[in-house]
Design a protein. Structure first.
Ligand code: ADP
Ligand code: ASP
Ligand code: MG
Length: 457
């Protein structure tokens, strides 16, 4: 069997969903499980709605919900044709009645907890999976809708829950495997799950890719396909650099580094389940389904080029902690990291000197509280609007002198922190956020002007 995940733009409207049907139809022999995201932008809109309710702005929330209902109703009407649409309409109405009730409840309490946020956010994938399943049905594809909240079990960290893999695998075997055995195509929502007790959770923004990988690993898929709106993983974000090349083959490790450091095309956790079961992951374009995309696997062909790709992660804050007396003292770094841990703030890049330590974190609202706590230990300064530029490639491990080429190219740019990660396949450094496009374009020109045709398209 295979898993086919379709992202938000791949199910954004009726014609996109028709393309999905064609693509899935062409793979029926391979026993697909279909995982879908919410229609494009819907998760953001649900977020806005939930926040408006939490702030007591019931009118705003209800107006947004009405627009969402209109959009989904139009898409369903365009896809289903008259009799099927009439049958489906009450399903949609009921879903929106429930959403409205939930928004009213949140507005009445006047507080949005992560737990109730997840209840709202889940509606995107509940709706998309039902509509896609109804469309498949209307087009005589042998489909069965599966509720991801019954199949994927997580802990209780609402809005960024962690899947419990063993329990999930056993649910998948109980619920999804029999559908496949009966020749059905299961269609389920990505991103959403539930705790053991059945309370709705979500697994973090962009998490449908991760859902697909969890399903693939749990059921022992031959391949996991991530269908999106670009031809594959590219040598850099094509929005930053229109002449980015498609990467034909990339290793799990390289893809994971790129995803972690900002290549939005893949959720960073996606490759973990795939690595564990050694399942190749393909990134494919639902608007250009004949393109062979990117194959992510354990041991891809070597490349002549120094690098595989360049990623940039924006919205980074640097925290500088200076303590001439304390830094090398026993337990000082532990005390610092304990504080980060208490505030649940993850650190990306670290550099130390004799008197100070600098760390980068994703910019977020907990930083002032963390800084206040650290101020008891040392002098603390923090500065936002930074970005991490991350160069990735297995060749960084073996070929000497690459750093000289990189920083030679960027002599006029102020570079704050440099780190060659322990993975040895990533070289990252911190710059001002506003310099990102220029830096990426310059480095891309330098390193990819003559791409190895065995690895890049
Ligand atoms: P989906 O909705 O299908 O999950 P996403 O928007 O999450 O799609 O990811 C696809 C987008 O990722 C592309 O449209 C592109 O703008 C962006 N992107 C960033 N870096 C890269 C990269 N290195 N290769 C391909 N796409 C990238
Ligand atoms: N719909 C969710 C989001 O926008 C999950 C996903 O699309 O991967 O974050
Ligand atoms: Mg995505």
């Amino acid at each position: 069997m295979i898993v086919m995940k379709f992202g938000g733009t791949s199910v954004e409207d009726a014609s996109a969903i028709r393309r999905v049907m064609q693509i899935v139809e062409g793979r029926l022999q391979q026993q697909p499980v279909v995982v879908v995201s919410a229609l494009a932008k819907v998760t953001d809109q649900l977020h806005t709605m939930a926040r408006a309710s939490g702030a007591g702005n019931r009118e705003t929330a209800t107006a947004l919900a009405r627009r969402l209902q209109e959009r989904h109703t139009q898409v369903a009407a365009a896809l289903l044709g008259q009799p099927a649409f009439e049958e489906f309409h009450p399903v949609l109405d009921e879903i929106f009645q429930n959403l409205n009730e939930l928004l009213r409840g949140i507005a009445a309490v006047g507080e949005l907890t992560p737990r109730s946020a997840d209840h709202v956010l889940a509606y995107g994938e509940i709706l998309s999976s039902k509509i896609v399943a109804a469309a498949f049905h209307a087009h005589k594809l042998p489909v069965t809708h599966a509720d991801s909240r019954e199949c994927i079990v997580t802990d209780q960290q609402f809005t960024r829950a962690t899947p419990l893999l063993e329990e999930t695998s056993s649910r998948l075997h109980k619920i999804i495997a029999p559908m496949l055995a009966a020749g059905r195509v299961p269609v389920m929502g990505g991103f959403i799950a539930a705790t053991k007790a059945g309370i709705t959770t979500t697994i973090g923004r962009g998490g449908s890719d991760f859902s697909a990988a969890i399903v693939g690993a749990g059921l022992g898929a031959e391949r996991i396909e991530i269908w999106t709106d670009v031809d594959g993983m590219m040598t850099t974000d094509p929005n930053l650099c229109p002449d980015a090349h498609r990467i034909k083959n990339i290793s799990f490790d390289e893809a994971a580094e790129l995803a972690y450091f900002g290549a939005k095309v893949l959720h960073p956790a996606t490759v973990l389940p795939a690595i564990q079961k050694n399942i190749p992951v393909y990134v494919l374009n639902s608007r250009n389904p004949n393109c062979e995309g990117t194959r992510i696997s354990a041991r891809p062909a070597k490349s002549r080029n120094f690098l595989k790709a360049i990623a940039a992660k924006k919205r980074i804050t640097i925290i500088d902690i200076a303590s001439p007396r304390m830094l090398l003292a026993h337990g000082f770094l532990k005390a610092i990291f304990d504080a980060f841990d208490r505030h649940r703030i993850a650190v990306d890049v670290v550099s130390t000197s004799e008197v100070s330590v600098s760390l980068t974190v994703d910019s977020n609202e907990s930083i002032p509280a963390l800084a206040a706590e650290l101020a008891a230990l040392a002098d603390v300064k923090y500065e936002g609007r930074k970005a991490i530029i991350c160069l990735v490639g297995e060749n960084l491990r073996e070929v000497p002198g690459i750093a000289a080429h990189v920083f030679g190219e960027l002599q006029d740019i102020k570079i704050r922190m440099i780190s060659q990660g322990a993975s040895e396949i990533n070289l990252s450094f911190v710059v001002e956020e506003e310099h990102v496009p220029e830096i990426v374009q310059r480095l891309h020109r330098k390193f990819f002007s003559d791409p190895d045709p065995d690895v890049f398209a």
